[in-house]
Design a protein around this ligand. Sequence first.
Ligand code: GTR
Length: 386
Amino acid sequence: MSLNLPDPLALPGGGRALTSTQWNEVCRPALSALIQREEYGQIPSAPGQLRATVVRTDRNALDGCGTLREIDIDTTSPDAHIELLLITPNAATTPAGCFLGLNFGGNHRILPDAAIRPQLAKRVSGADVEAERGTETGTWPAAAIIARGYALATFFNGDAVPDDKYTAAQRLAGFLPPGVEPDGGDAPATIACWAWSLSRAIDFLSNDGAVDAKRIALAGHSRNGKTALLAGAMDPRAALVISSQSGCGGAGPSRDLGNEWSQRETVQQINTAFPHWFCANFKQYNASPDKLPFDQHALIALCAPRPVLVSSATEDLWANPAGSFAMLNAADPVYRLVSGEGIDVHEMPETGVLLKTRLGHFIRPGRHAMTTEDWSAWLDYADAWL
Ligand code: GTR
């Protein structure tokens, strides 16, 4: 398919990268810098200090199948407080591969467990969360994940920066990397800080005896799927990335690729509804996304050679399934160069069929949601690659 997209393998002085060394040493750092500068803002620096405190352990979670821990991760410069929920399989005799992802509603929604802490803001405000407990067991099917031998780690996306256009700015100011101006066009925005917070969870997980540091998979849905992809692109410790219905600013193209993609969310729409997600520079492309010097295939390509699964739903046209599939194909030349393999299918695959290739694809019937059907495909994909 020819889509007239910027070539991620283009060399700054002209010509095209022909070796993986040229990609890794020239194209990759240049694209990484460009994407941060023009879209997400600069990823905050690694913290000065990180302290992890296990605040609760339940060795008998999930009817004895898992060990559940609640872990506070506190950092200085930048200052952040993350409350990680980690469940590891009791049957494992060696460190487990682990799915790590941000959740939307708080850790207490993952399991019907009266002891799991809701997010800090709800505790402080004394909100009644009892009706919310365990309401997302379908979104995060912990029992099935543990039964397949994997660990599950998740935390509330708002732990690092609230998902709120009115209050995010105040928190974002604390994440400025040295040399970046607070009102600069490339000051980090919310998705960049969320990606940073995932890396802090990886800091902890990769030193935990129950988790295999080499088998940490990032998974996220929608805005959290955009974040999973950015975190995977920036943090090489992520061994695999699953980006679910992430659309604009995620696996979906910023450009209009033609009529069949016309129901998608545009750069202008996302920057208007969620001005805190992307950096100020990205707003310059509202009316002219075709002027972006990259598109989202470049973000996927930054994950090479690690496997990336793009997961979609047939009725979620806002998240642009066809355009996201096109981005996988457009990232393919980089994957071929770096790993010798990418995606072998060039027409939109059949619904319900998992493509287990290094650039993988899954689309299920239905709407915008993370479901047990998705997880069943994702676990199969993880079995193939982790
Ligand atoms: C929508 C937004 C999408 C997607 C989604 C979500 O309102 O337009 O970009 O991120 O929210 O996160 O559920």
